[in-house]
Design a protein around this ligand. Structure first.
Ligand SMILES: O=C(O)CCC(=O)C(=O)O
Ligand SMILES: [Fe+2]
Length: 272
């Protein structure tokens, strides 16, 4: 894994709110990410934990944006190792400039052949904490192209976003009703070869195109939460009993639900 970041990359991430690292994974690592994702998704779709997938009604619009399977690290050991790789956590914490980083949720996002586009949206406003330092990684398991639904970003929007959002629905541009000033920003596509990773801030506006090909566009992703983030009252993926125990303002530091992946205090002196 090419996990060392240059100052230029960090600067670019902070300015634009996203960063592509081409071919971050080597061939063997990419194979392992593919194996674990395919296995974990197959298990989830064949199993009984249906609330963590969007495939209950496979004919609806959202189910055809992507097959979404959440928190696969909870149910697949190989996936757990990949998601909790401290090198990934360190990269995320370094890019956003925080001391400690926790997993919010991982998710597979597999855009099927002839799949619908992913409408413009922000991520953080769906989640149970508000933070300008939420960060996600998107791992390309297949070449992501303009034809099969690569990611697109509106650079710099993390700096003017509020915690207001829209759902990922059939209208590609609903987000612009909430943020009319963003209508004139030029969207930036991020095609990248398999094994590349793309980082984005939880408040950066992003979308993905339709899949106009006959093959799936597979991605495995993980959303990270800064250590110290507090509960904002939203349930999102929190289990019922934990959700019921929380008050707005409580620090989300449950090691089962949101384990710490990396902290600066774990680092040997010297390296980034
Ligand atoms: O893969 C996609 O189509 C969308 C990805 C996305 O929205 C995310 O990773 O937050
Ligand atoms: Fe997203």
């Amino acid at each position: 894994m090419r996990d060392r970041l240059t100052d230029e990359q960090i600067e670019r991430y902070r300015t634009n709110g996203f960063l592509v690292i081409e071919q971050c994974l080597d061939t063997d690592e990419l194979e392992e990410w593919r194996r674990c994702t395919d296995e974990a998704v197959a298990q989830r779709l064949g199993g009984s934990i249906h609330f963590l997938t969007n495939q209950m009604d496979p004919d609806n619009f959202y189910a055809q944006v992507f097959t979404q399977c959440l928190r696969l690290a909870d149910t697949h050991e190989g996936m757990h190792k990949l998601i909790f790789d401290p090198r990934l956590g360190r990269m995320g914490a370094t890019l956003t400039g925080i001391d400690g980083i926790r997993v919010w949720h991982d998710q597979a996002l597999i855009k099927p052949p002839h799949g619908n586009p992913t409408a413009w949206h922000l991520d953080d406003p769906y989640w149970s904490f508000d933070s300008p330092n939420a960060i996600s990684v998107w791992v390309a398991l297949d070449d992501a192209t303009l034809a099969n639904g690569c990611l697109w970003y509106l650079p710099g929007t993390h700096k003017t976003a509020r915690y207001e959002n829209v759902g990922i629905g059939p209208n590609l541009g609903d987000l612009f009703k909430v943020y009319p000033d963003w209508r004139t920003l030029e969207p930036v596509p991020c095609p990248c070869p398999a094994g590349s990773i793309v980082w984005h801030n939880g408040l950066t506006a992003h979308a993905a195109g339709a899949n106009m090909t006959t093959k799936s566009r597979r991605a495995m992703t993980c959303a990270f939460m800064p250590d110290g983030a507090t509960f904002n009252g939203k349930k999102n993926v929190l289990p019922d009993d934990y959700f019921a125990s929380l008050k707005v303002g409580d620090v989300l530091k449950n090691e089962q639900q949101n384990p710490l992946v990396w902290h600066t205090s774990w680092e040997q002196r010297g390296g980034r």
